[in-house]
Design a protein around this ligand. Structure first.
Ligand code: SF4
Ligand code: SF4
Length: 287
């Protein structure tokens, strides 16, 4: 049953945490049972936060606002932006996965490959579970990344880009800022994955401690120091001059890490993430 307004955020957190605790999908599927992720943390963005329209203007007309994603799921009953809340959550990598990955130089560790494959399957189930639970409780909700129309297009300004970005949504919700490698630095670091759900429910928007400064928590952008993620990349796909070279990164993942993890661990997906560990922002805000 839906709680009173002041307890709604804790109620949503409880839905996430319970599924994280109980779902058999939250597993690395190793011989010993081990969860794919540390427990999820969430924040909320207002459906009418001006950043959503700004992102659409920057990325391209194909990019969805929360209102547009919601209307795709509920065409008979669309909602105004002000009626919507966007729940964004972080799934941090476990300490064991980060430790293993930090030992690697050129190829992802087995735990990392498993979290990218099995862990993302769990993340997809978590998105759907949250949306379905909220909808069943009278708060229509959709996980935009799970919509049939979710895909990747060419953005004039950013190259290959999806029509809903979990990282950008997390930024708007106050969960972190972008680093030199393009990853989002959160209070639990950059070795994380994200999910989000748009719902017709009034939830208090979370504070955005960095205001509009989308690179505030990266040492390179804030102080001109660090650059550790660039040194960690085996493909030279990150430079302090240019930031993240997406085509170069994707080529390395397509040609090197994916064939390796598929053949070695039998996992699919597209893992790499060497630039997400053994760096000052691995598991915290480095400033
Ligand atoms: S490793 Fe350093 S330069 Fe790279 S994103 Fe983190 S803080 Fe920024
Ligand atoms: S994901 Fe891998 S290839 Fe891409 S930037 Fe990070 S370390 Fe380099």
């Amino acid at each position: 049953m839906t709680p009173p307004p002041e307890q709604k955020l804790a109620w949503v957190q409880g839905i996430l945490r319970e599924f994280w605790q109980d779902s058999p999908a939250n597993s690395l599927h190793l011989p010993q049972e081990e969860k794919a992720w540390d427990w999820p943390r969430l924040a909320v963005a207002a459906g009418n936060d001006p950043w959503f329209a700004r992102l659409k203007a920057m990325i391209g007309p194909f990019y969805w606002t929360p209102e547009e994603a919601f209307a795709l799921a509920f065409p008979e009953a669309p909602a105004a932006p002000a009626e919507l809340s966007v729940i964004s959550y972080v799934l941090p990598q476990t300490a064991a996965t980060r430790r293993d990955q930090a030992r690697e130089q050129d190829l992802p560790a087995e735990r990392w490959a498993r979290s990218r494959f099995f862990g993302e399957q769990f993340n997809c189930a978590l998105r759907l579970h949250l949306a379905e639970t909220l909808t069943a409780e009278g708060h229509p909700a959709v996980a935009p990344e799970r919509l049939p129309g979710f895909d990747y297009r060419q953005s004039e300004r950013f190259g290959l880009a999806s029509n809903w970005s979990e990282r950008h949504t997390a930024f708007v919700a106050g969960l972190g800022t972008f680093g030199l490698s393009d990853g989002l630095i959160t209070p639990w670091g950059k070795a994380v994955r994200f999910g989000s759900v748009v719902t017709k429910m009034a939830l208090p928007a979370s504070p955005r401690p960095y205001g509009d400064d989308h690179q505030a928590w990266c040492l390179w952008y804030a102080r001109g120091t660090c650059g550790a993620c660039a040194r960690r990349c085996p493909a030279d796909a990150i430079t302090t001059a240019q930031g993240h070279d997406k085509p170069r990164c994707h080529a390395y993942i397509r040609e090197v890490t994916t064939p390796y993890t598929t053949a070695t661990f039998g996992t699919g997906a597209t893992p790499c993430g060497l630039c997400q560990v053994k760096i000052p922002c691995e598991a915290r805000v480095p400033l």
